[in-house]
Design a protein around this ligand. Structure first.
Ligand SMILES: NC(=O)c1ccc[n+]([C@@H]2O[C@H](COP(=O)([O-])OP(=O)(O)OC[C@H]3O[C@@H](n4cnc5c(N)ncnc54)[C@H](O)[C@@H]3O)[C@@H](O)[C@H]2O)c1
Length: 511
């Protein structure tokens, strides 16, 4: 079985470095002092996850008019067992996030060579900051998958992160919140934390500059580009903060081609983020019932969608797929709903957005039901999932649709064979994943799900598919990876091929 071993946590040795670090605070302090001992301004990025990693890359390669590095860039993450390795890797010139975008990896290598990229868990770095960018997570969790109306939310960890900044930064620092937050958070939650600690420290709160500028980063092949070459929306708590935020954003975003969009308030900027993600989630949910209709009616929904997309007003109608994942789309509407009720006193829900989340969460059940329609009993059936991450050529497995599908199949006694060209370890399930595609030949496959549009799967010919998947009986194309020509070829060789939204393939069965 490919899905098998529970990999022991590999991060412990690095954590001992974190313990050493604690004994060596003074050394870390002098390292930071040395690092910033030059004429450049210093930007501290809090949180070395998907967003923070791309920001480190973008900021560390920003250049001034003389083609010199604009910033000293310091990444800060937690010094605990789960996170310290991100600091170690950054200081070795390696991106903490596995990425198919070579520009990200190159930016980290260059940051090491240029000596303008450094990572630490020392809060002392905030004292040295001209700008602090906040890229920490703010979680909201559903009590039960598919029930978007019952969620648990707390600011506790997020506020702890804000407090570390408020306790350490000096006057005249610009704070840019990039994290996705419930609308109203910057004004009602973050600013009061700064007021409290600035008062305690005898600092002038009018000399704090606070902005919100949300991220649209996409961690695929265009990971770095999605920071530097994408329009940004921002706002800030007052005119001076807006001006400083704009000046800062212009130093690393190609604003000539991708202009900045200033909104009136930080609440508006925060709402823009959760609204745009709710719009996308709703668009995807909308197409799900049409997917099922098209399959029932034996028609090709992709053909229909392409015909509709010629209308400029309908260009971005969503396509059928396996499900919705990633850190943002499954949760951002919930943050909006929480804000509506808890920061703005509404006593009603954002029903259309929450219902969309419910539909999207349950999408993988559709593919499960297709499997069940062919195999009544899943006990010991070998079901292969090709693609564990949630997006093409991305290693991110957070809220991946494969997760729910895996649980549904496991519950019925199926054997799961897991492959992903990008993922070696499925963090959420604590399962090692084989990323060598040739290893698939060692198994007997009953059902194979093409789940994610990784380039490696898209490039497979029908001959390769057959040779990689011995004994395969049913192939389900859950994400438009197999074109009609390939499908016809596979069907001609006696394999049943079904596609999500591809009702026209059913016709062949019925003839
Ligand atoms: N992932 C995306 O593609 C994406 C896109 C747009 C916006 N966002 C938003 O950006 C934010 C960050 O997302 P992410 O995907 O990078 O999350 P992530 O979980 O990958 O990274 C967050 C990082 O912050 C660190 N952190 C938490 N508390 C900290 C503290 N007190 N001090 C220092 N570090 C701390 C965590 O250890 C982690 O490394 C979220 O609000 C998310 O919704 C994400």
């Amino acid at each position: 079985m490919i899905e098998s071993t529970i990999r022991s946590v590999e991060l412990k040795p690095l954590h001992s470095e974190a313990t050493n670090y604690k004994a060596n605070r003074l050394t870390e302090k002098s390292k930071i002092d040395n690092f910033v001992d030059n004429d450049r301004k210093t930007v501290v990025v809090q949180g070395l996850g998907y967003v923070g990693t791309a920001m480190l890359a973008a900021l560390s390669q920003a250049k001034n008019k003389n083609n010199e590095c604009t910033y000293n860039v310091i990444g800060i993450d937690l010094g605990d067992e789960d996170n310290y390795w991100k600091i170690t890797q950054t200081n070795q010139g390696k991106s903490p996030i596995v990425s198919s975008d070579k520009n990200i990896n190159e930016a980290f290598e260059r940051g090491l060579i240029n000596g303008n990229l450094f990572a630490t868990c020392s809060n002392y770095a905030y004292e040295k900051a001209d700008v602090v960018v906040i890229d920490v997570n703010l979680d909201i969790t559903k009590k039960k998958l598919g029930d978007a109306y019952n969620y648990e939310f707390s600011y506790t960890n997020f506020n702890r992160a804000i407090e570390t900044i408020a306790k350490n930064v000096l006057e005249e620092t610009l704070i840019v919140v990039e994290s996705t937050v419930p609308p109203g958070t910057t004004e009602q939650v973050i600013f009061p934390i700064f007021q409290k600690y600035f008062a305690m420290r005898g600092l002038n709160i009018n000399k704090l500059y606070l902005a919100h500028c949300f991220e649209r980063v996409m961690p695929g092949n265009e990971y770095l580009n999605s920071i530097t070459n994408l329009c940004r929306v921002y706002s800030a708590i007052n005119a001076e903060s807006k001006k400083k935020a704009k000046n800062f954003l212009q130093t690393f975003i190609n604003t000539e081609n991708y202009p900045l969009y200033e909104l009136h308030s930080t609440t508006a900027s925060e709402m823009a983020k959760v609204l745009e993600n709710s719009f996308r989630a709703t668009n995807i949910a909308f197409i799900q019932e049409w997917t099922e209709f098209a399959e029932q009616a034996d028609v090709d929904l992709f053909e229909i969608i392409n015909a509709i997309r010629v209308r400029p007003t309908h260009k971005n109608i969503a396509q059928p797929g396996f499900g919705v994942g990633g850190y943002c789309l499954p949760k951002d509407s919930l943050l909006a709903d929480w804000s509506y009720n808890n920061l703005f006193g509404a006593k009603r829900h954002l029903r259309m957005s929450l219902n969309a989340i419910r539909t999207n969460d349950l999408m993988p059940k559709h593919v499960f039901e297709i499997v069940k329609s062919y195999f009544n009993n899943l006990e010991n059936l070998n079901i292969t999932i090709l693609g564990i991450s949630y997006l093409s050529d991305v290693a991110d497995t957070r809220y991946s649709p494969a997760d729910y599908f895996y649980d549904l199949c496991k519950k019925e006694g199926a054997n799961l064979i897991l492959h992903d060209s990008m993922v070696e370890y499925w963090q959420e399930k604590r399962i090692a994943i084989n990323s060598d595609i040739n290893s698939l030949k060692d198994f007997s496959h009953d059902v194979v799900i093409f789940a994610v549009t990784h380039t490696q799967y898209l490039e497979l010919t029908s001959e390769e598919i057959i040779s990689l998947l011995p004994n395969v009986k049913l192939i389900i194309d859950a994400n438009n990876l197999i074109n009609d020509e390939k499908a016809n070829d596979l069907i001609a060789r006696g394999i049943k091929v079904v596609g999500v939204g591809k009702g026209h393939w059913n016709k062949k069965d019925k003839r």
